[in-house]
Design a protein. Structure first.
Length: 357
């Protein structure tokens, strides 16, 4: 078994963008993620919104390549996990979901849905009583009634995402922002609710994916036979399907870095003036990386700075045996490097010399 894992360390130059999602106050206000270090304010971009856009790209790739997804997952429904498990239970011809049916249904959900597999989920069961009342699905009721089993009583379960996204932080302090309105409203009060706060800076971040976890059953060891041994293998899907999902996730991550889109695409797309970084692929361990930023809290004037040698540091990890590194200086080079990563995952030799590029 190969422990495939990949890391992307990258810098993005983004001009006049609003990459964050709606504010936590429930309005459609584009709120910047400010990071205060001493008396210096830096700009941040939420890792969660980046995750969302990676998953949007992943869903599109799955559609094109006919990788299986459940309907609620294809729409990135917030409760795609618990609804998907109940839909999987229906496919197993169960009549209800209790702890007895839970683990086989989870395994079936991983088989049926690449989004639940790759993106993870939390099934806290909306139907469980809270304060004597049960919360009910409304818009989803028709689908649940026809495609899902009835929820009775099952423990909460969680699957960790197969990829981690660090939030982006700016290399320079963010002292100036520009506000524009993303939609016209007749009154000033309504207009202000649809304002976007636009910024410009160079940002550094990392994304890492444990590709070997894709397609695995988190609870395989709890499905025991009469001899007390697991009755199912750790992998819930075939090797070929696992490989397809691994390649789709790598492409989805690269798509975001190559062409980042904002949460309100109809507002302003970001002006990208820098795309650079390095990709490390390993078949032996969780992928290491070198951060494109460095933090020096002792420097009160510039606590955050660019780390100029991060790509060289990553290249030194290339041994051309179980670890390979490719650097890129623009989007075209990024997509070319991803093509070589895909060849590695598919077991094909690279046409060019393997290793550091």
């Amino acid at each position: 078994m190969k422990l495939w894992s990949i890391s992307f360390a990258y810098r993005l130059g983004l001009g006049f963008h609003a990459l964050n999602n709606e504010g936590a106050d429930g309005s459609n206000l584009m709120q910047p993620r400010r990071i205060d270090i001493g008396n210096i304010t830096y700009d941040g971009i939420s890792g969660e919104i980046i995750r969302h856009h990676v998953l949007e790209s992943f869903v599109n790739i799955c559609r094109v390549e006919n990788i299986p997804m459940l309907p609620m997952s294809a729409g990135l429904h917030p409760d795609r996990g618990p609804i998907g498990i109940r839909a999987a239970a229906k496919r197993l011809n169960y009549n209800q979901l209790t702890n007895k049916e839970l683990f086989p249904s989870i395994r079936k959900a991983i088989e049926l849905c690449a989004v639940l597999d790759v993106g993870g989920y939390l099934a806290a069961w909306k139907e469980q009583s809270t304060g004597g009342q049960q919360k009910q699905y409304v818009a989803e009721k028709a689908y649940i009634d026809s495609q899902c089993v009835e929820y009775k009583d099952a423990d909460p379960v969680k699957r960790e995402s197969c990829f981690d996204v660090a939030w982006l932080i700016s290399e320079e302090p963010q002292d100036l922002t520009v506000t524009q309105h993303s939609a016209f409203r007749a009154t000033f009060a309504m207009n202000s609710r649809y304002a976007q706060t636009m910024r410009s800076n160079i940002y550094g971040s990392v994304i890492r994916a444990d590709l070997h976890r894709i397609g695995t059953d988190d609870y395989w060891y709890l499905q025991l036979g009469g001899n007390g041994q697991p009755t199912k293998p750790h992998l819930a899907i075939g090797k070929g399907e696992q490989e397809r999902r691994q390649c789709a996730l790598v492409k989805a991550i690269a798509n975001f870095i190559a062409s980042p889109t904002g949460a309100k695409v109809a507002g302003w797309a970001p002006h990208v003036f820098l795309t650079e970084g390095a990709i490390l692929l390993t078949s032996a361990r969780t992928a290491p990386f070198a951060s494109p930023i460095k933090v020096n809290l002792a420097d009160s004037n510039r606590p955050i700075q660019q780390e100029p040698g991060y790509t060289d540091t990553m290249k030194k990890l290339d041994n051309n045996k179980d670890t390979w590194v490719w650097s890129f200086g623009n989007s075209q080079e990024l997509l070319s490097a991803v093509g070589k990563v895909i060849e590695k995952l598919e077991g094909k030799p690279n046409e060019e010399q393997e290793g550091v590029q």
